[in-house]
Design a protein around this ligand. Structure first.
Ligand code: EPU
Length: 416
């Protein structure tokens, strides 16, 4: 197993590029299923989750090729409609093939994802939506089977705004009979990117980016030729890296318009951020101020930045409250940060972070994707050496993070 070793205490300096957004690339790859033909998608990040989605699409009979930041998909023939347990349990986003398979093939069989490190994460809302569109649903031996000759447009209300749920329904509705309206839809930029990709395929979609999305179904769609938006979470992670090391970093190829909540909270903490449309110039302060955050659906503060923000608050001068409202178990990084000397107490959904003490390097373990990113950040700020085990979590969502941090001066290496 690979480990990452960091000698902390170096102020990061220089320029770093942001890759394409994982959470936009995954649904847009799944959307290729909707149209038989040759699809091409650019600005795809090179990540383990992308490889997993490629494996899943290959098993469905799709020709999949990845080269550099581009993937080509030959979706002429689909020979299987099943997403098997071994893939779904390694990546829950596998569930994104449910809507498009059902819409194109009239059937999909998906292993039900179990719970995951950050929470129970059920898919009841995806299933409820498809059921309202006329799909017959059965559950057997851990697999959910959905069937419908042709889906019908429906009014679907989500109790909770769900990102992949909204995406599944949007994809299914793009080939359904009539109009589908999703109320309390997720507003995340990745949902908008999927809508834009579907529109480029000929779909008729209004309201993406608001909480009411209207989709008028079509009889057929064109293959994809599309470029993915920049990853706002990778960009946010680099903003924290600059802030926590008191460095000076220019983050390029990002979309700063997708990062308002993160930019606002980091600015309140004293991090100086100059904002251009596609770049951020960040200067860390000598003394970080404590700031409270609450994670909420977009445009609120993203749960995917909560762990990284906690690393920053661990070295701020004062006490901050961090409340996690999206996932019930997303504080696994706390125990690891404590091993580095952080003073953090968790009660229910709120962590009280008492900053002011220097972090000390220690051996720590990555427990999920964003938790591992927070440990890299803590390691960059800490005195001494931090060794992070189980870095495969990190590789799910960050394209060779050590190769992006090294040119900024970070003393970071990957070892077997
Ligand atoms: N929920 C339900 N029922 C459902 C669906 C969701 O109760 O049928 C609940 C979840 O348990 C959670 C809340 O609704 O409490 C929101 O979950 P959501 O469905 O929005 O999450 P997701 O679609 O499974 C995506 C991202 C996550 C990100 C969340 C929240 C992808 C592939 N994944 O997950 O990304 O944290 O939205 O923004 O888009 C990550 O990249 O590290 C990551 C975990």
């Amino acid at each position: 197993m690979e480990k990452i070793i960091i000698d902390g205490g170096v102020k990061l300096k220089g320029e770093v590029p942001v890759s394409g957004a994982k959470n936009a690339a995954l649904p847009i790859m799944a959307a290729s299923i909707l149209s038989p033909g040759q699809s091409s998608i650019a600005n795809i990040p090179q990540l383990r989750d992308i490889t997993t989605m490629g494996d899943l699409l290959t098993r469905l009979g799709i020709g999949f090729q990845a080269e550099g930041g581009r993937v080509s998909l030959n979706t002429e023939n689909i020979s299987s409609v099943e997403a098997q347990y071994d893939l779904v349990r390694t990546m829950r986003a596998s569930v994104l093939v449910l809507g498009p398979l059902l819409a194109r093939m009239g059937e999909a069989i998906i292993s039900l994802p179990g719970g995951c490190a950050i929470g129970a994460r059920p898919i009841n809302l995806h299933v409820m939506g498809l059921n309202k569109m006329g799909a017959e649903i059965t559950l057997s031996e851990g697999y959910i089977k959905v069937r419908a000759k042709r889906l019908k447009g429906a009014n679907i209300y989500f109790d909770i705004p769900t990102v992949t749920g909204t995406e599944n329904i949007m994809m299914a509705a793009a080939l359904a009979d009539g109009v589908t309206v999703i109320e309390n839809a997720a507003c995340e930029p990745e949902v908008v990117d999927l809508a834009d990709a579907l529109i480029s395929m000929g779909a008729e979609i209004q309201g993406a980016g608001t909480n009411v999305i209207k989709i008028k179904g079509k009889d057929s769609l064109r293959p994809l030729d599309y470029k993915i938006i920049p990853d706002r979470i990778e960009a946010g992670t680099f903003v924290v890296a600059a802030g926590i090391t008191r460095g000076e970093v220019r983050i390029k190829d990002c979309n700063s318009g997708h990062m308002d909540a993160v930019i606002d909270k980091l600015s309140q903490a004293g991090v100086k951020i100059d904002q251009e449309k596609d770049a951020l110039t960040v200067k860390g302060p000598d003394m970080l101020k404590p700031v409270d955050i609450r994670t909420t659906p977009y445009p609120g503060f993203p749960t995917d930045m909560q762990a990284q923000f906690m690393a920053l608050m661990a070295v701020s001068h004062g006490t901050s409250l961090i409340t996690e409202n999206i996932f019930e178990n997303r504080f696994m990084h706390v125990a690891e940060m404590r091993r580095m000397g952080a003073d953090i107490k968790v009660e229910g959904a709120t962590a009280t972070v008492r900053g002011g003490k220097a972090l000390k390097g220690a051996p720590v373990m990555a427990t999920d994707l964003r938790a591992s990113a927070s440990l890299v950040l803590a390691g960059l700020a800490a005195e001494g050496t931090t060794v992070i085990d189980r870095v495969y979590h990190l590789d799910r969502g960050y394209q060779r993070i050590e190769e992006k941090l090294k040119p900024l001066g970070a003393k970071i290496t990957r070892v077997k």
